[in-house]
Design a protein. Structure first.
Length: 427
């Protein structure tokens, strides 16, 4: 691996707390090495994502700062309901900001109750503690009214950085979809103000096509994971690709995912599997796994099973369903965007039974032996719908393990024991 570039000047210019950030920089390579570089027979295409993560607070942040110097604006988001297309249409750049490390949680707890989900605490902690360059770079944060914890966190963050909140309906009736189409139009106004670039029917349509291409490329990678005989990529590697998709340039993400898919398809043709024949296949569902949260994947895949699908926002929810490219006028495109985004089955919706159907369908499509339903501690929406989901899976004859965890390693051994017993039970 090439020698790391010293990024301290970049970080100092962003007003970061260098001393505290250095502590994070000293633990991440070790964590990455333990989880990723210890894997065998990885696809060669993963070298791109390894390179990005090896300099995760350097390569992309430098690109963003360079783009800002040319007058472009950066939008930070926390949710798969926020339509990237609108910001991209006006030459904006979108970067995901969800915090996935325990490192940021104590700082977040200075502002938030301790009994709040770690993703929310880590996200606020990363902003307030000045220890994440992406948070320093974002010109505009785009929040959304999904779960209560995020809504209240945004109020605090809004005192520190410009914030636009999108109102997300919590039902999926036709009038809710129409309402969200109006919200997308309002977001368009915000994007025009921030970027100084006019939103046109042409640039919005181009952005719709661009993001659809990203969805198709990521879906191609997932498609290879459905193969019942060959598992061409570990779940741990697929997760990394998805996590980085949230902040990479969309065209590059499409290109790299497509070339990875080419390699994986060839692996299937050649019978090259990362895991031995007969390895138990697991689908993960539940709360998102923001970078660098690799905890559960690492435990599962070093306990003798393979993860072949993630039904969450750092998985299928990010790319499933395309935006209809047919409409070319504003009203039609806003409606098409709203229809696509409102198909995401998040637990903040009521009812959310479509998620149950989706998980069961995915379990069949990916030929899984068992499902692990994972919940970030204190995420009440996902936790509340867990029993109904798990009962439906059991009724469908699909074994399921329920796990609640956080970003610490305190429960790692206990999880390893439970996951090991579950895999053994799968036979
Ligand atoms: S789990 Fe729900 S609130 Fe969280 S990122 Fe996904 S869609 Fe948004
Ligand atoms: S995991 Fe749950 S509590 Fe945390 S941000 Fe997502 S929906 Fe909200």
């Amino acid at each position: 691996m090439a020698e790391a570039i010293d990024r301290h000047e970049l970080w100092a210019n962003l007003g970061m707390d260098l001393e505290t950030h250095d502590v994070l920089c000293s633990v991440l390579p070790q964590a990455f090495g333990d989880v990723y570089l210890s894997q065998e027979n990885r696809p060669e295409g993963m070298a791109f994502w390894d390179m990005v993560v090896a300099d995760v607070h350097g390569i992309r942040p430098q690109e963003l700062v360079d783009a800002q110097a040319e007058g472009r604006k950066v939008f930070g988001t926390f949710c798969t309901y926020v339509p990237d297309e609108v910001a991209i249409a006006c030459n904006g750049i979108v970067t995901g900001l969800c915090g996935g490390s325990q490192f940021w949680v104590p700082e977040g707890e200075k502002y938030l109750p301790a009994d709040m989900c770690p993703l929310i605490k880590a996200s606020l902690g990363a902003r307030m503690g000045k220890t994440c360059p992406f948070f320093r770079i974002a010109d505009q944060i785009v929040g959304e009214t999904t779960c209560d914890g995020k809504k209240k966190m945004y109020e605090i963050m809004a005192k520190d950085v410009p914030m636009h909140i999108m109102e997300l309906p919590h039902q999926k009736r036709p009038k809710d979809v129409e309402y969200f189409a109006d919200e997308i139009a309002l977001f368009g106004k915000n994007v025009e103000e921030v970027t100084g670039v006019e939103l046109t029917e042409e640039n919005l349509h181009d952005a719709i096509v661009l993001i659809n291409e990203r969805r198709k490329a990521l879906a191609r990678v997932y498609e290879t994971r459905k193969n019942a005989d060959v598992i061409p990529i570990s779940g741990t590697d697929a997760l990394l690709m998805m996590q980085i998709a949230f902040f990479d340039d969309p065209a590059r993400c499409t290109q790299m995912a497509n070339s990875l898919a080419d390699e994986l398809e060839q692996r299937i043709a050649d019978g090259v599997s990362v895991f031995p024949a007969g390895t138990k296949r697991i689908l993960i569902t539940g709360t998102p796994m923001a970078i660098p949260n690799w905890k559960l994947h690492h435990i599962v895949e070093t306990s003798g099973a393979a993860i072949v699908c993630e039904e969450n926002c750092t998985g299928t929810k990010f790319f499933t369903n395309l935006v209809d490219e047919g409409p070319t006028d504003f009203a039609g495109m806003y409606q098409a965007l709203a229809e696509r985004y409102m198909k995401i089955n998040c637990a903040c919706f009521t009812p959310n039974e479509a998620r149950i159907d989706e998980v069961i369908q995915l379990a069949k499509d990916y030929h899984v032996d068992g499902v692990i339903n994972t919940n970030l501690k204190f995420c009440t929406t996902f936790k509340t719908e867990a029993p109904a989901l798990e009962k439906a899976l059991e009724d469908a004859g699909i074994p399921v393990l329920d796990i609640e965890t956080d970003y610490t390693d305190n429960d790692a051994e206990q999880l390893r024991t439970r996951v090991g017993a579950f895999i053994e039970m799968l036979g």
